[in-house]
Design a protein around this ligand. Structure first.
Ligand code: ZN
Length: 351
């Protein structure tokens, strides 16, 4: 989660001159307010994070899951978290006012943050706070999370409402943090059927990921017919990622982003996980250029290429999987797809 990956993404887009495109606007983030945070987080937790802003550890930090481990304390932790959350809110407000029809906050997507504690590298849950903004305007939101990890914090926030359809496609919780995200997590009360989970086996290929996505996510969004589409574009599903095990490629990621781009819904994209920082820069540059309707070439411009020793935007080689193993991951994906078709599709009238 080191911010260098955001700098590397920004620089790569700059080297391709994507920001010179007339239909691209770059906006500064405005720090989120405490009122914004309170739409999801407890006052006690917000105050605890604020007290850590000088970087010194407080006695109660550990009770909010901050300190040694996944959620380290660092100088300006509060200010930085307000900015990444605020970035998603700036984007949400620009969309809602009709100023733009697509927006991407690469520093957002912190989908694990919980109401009262930090979780999985996430302090404040910007997707939830941005979606809450849309809900105050009476808008219906589809949230699609393609990060390698289950979007548990966002699912929790909207588990009992039919105003937000949450869909998370991820490496199975059997093998990866946070251990949740099963097909059977359907939502409760009015929200039953509005929480969708597509778990995949480690080493699932880009082709099978795309097939699973097309079989489930697309028909569900289509039927739900949201006012706003929010996508979390974590790219820790990339085969080079050091902490996860899916075999996504830059090309496979692009195919999914292009499916989102085909729809006409106002579209808020946020970042998310991704721990091979150059894979993050490549994939989010691809996503941004798709959103901006601008083609960028596979050959990375010289200046960037010299600086970071990377020549190609797309993956030249894809991981090899032996036939037996491939058949096994395929049948795992088919089983998840079938589960969604059985448990969720009928309530949407999809056969
Ligand atoms: Zn992740």
């Amino acid at each position: 989660m080191k911010p260098i990956r955001l700098k590397q993404t920004y620089e790569l887009l700059q080297s391709y001159e994507v920001f010179k495109n007339k239909n691209v606007i770059i906006s500064d983030p405005i720090p989120a307010s405490k009122e914004d945070l309170l739409t999801f987080h407890s006052g006690e937790y917000i105050n605890a994070v604020e007290k850590l802003n000088d970087g010194n550890v407080t006695k109660d930090a550990i009770s909010f899951n901050l300190g040694p481990g996944d959620n380290p304390i660092y100088k300006n932790i509060f200010d930085a978290s307000l900015l990444s959350t605020g970035g998603s809110l700036v984007a949400a407000k620009m969309l809602e006012s009709g100023k733009v029809d697509r927006a991407f906050n690469i520093s957002g997507g912190l989908h694990h943050a919980m109401p009262g504690y930090a979780y999985g590298f996430c302090v404040f849950n910007d997707p939830v706070i941005a979606i809450n903004h849309f809900l105050t305007k009476g808008l219906k939101v589809a949230y699609v999370d393609i990060d390698c990890h289950h979007g548990d914090g966002v699912q929790l926030a909207f588990y009992d409402t039919d105003a937000v359809l949450t869909i998370s496609m991820h490496e199975s919780g059997q093998y990866l943090f946070p251990g949740t995200g099963w097909v059977e997590e359907l939502g409760t009360g009015k929200g039953r059927g509005y929480s969708v989970n597509l778990p995949l086996h480690p080493y699932t290929s880009a082709e099978i990921i795309l097939w699973s996505f097309n079989q489930t996510v697309l028909p569900l969004i289509d039927k739900f017919n949201p006012d706003i589409l929010v996508t979390q574009l974590g790219i820790d599903s990339h085969f080079n990622d050091p902490i996860t095990h899916l075999n996504q490629t830059a090309q496979g990621f692009e195919s999914i982003v292009k499916e989102f781009a085909k729809s006409s819904y106002p579209w808020l994209a946020v970042g998310g996980g991704g721990y091979d920082t150059i894979a993050v820069a490549r994939c989010w540059s691809i996503a941004f250029s798709v959103m901006a309707k601008q083609n960028i070439s596979n050959k990375i411009p010289d200046q960037y290429s010299d600086m970071y020793s990377v020549d190609n935007l797309y993956d030249l080689q894809t991981p090899f999987l032996d036939a037996d193993y491939e058949a096994m991951v395929k049948s795992y994906a088919e089983n998840s797809v079938l589960g969604i078709q059985k448990l969720i599709f009928p309530s949407f009238g999809i056969r």
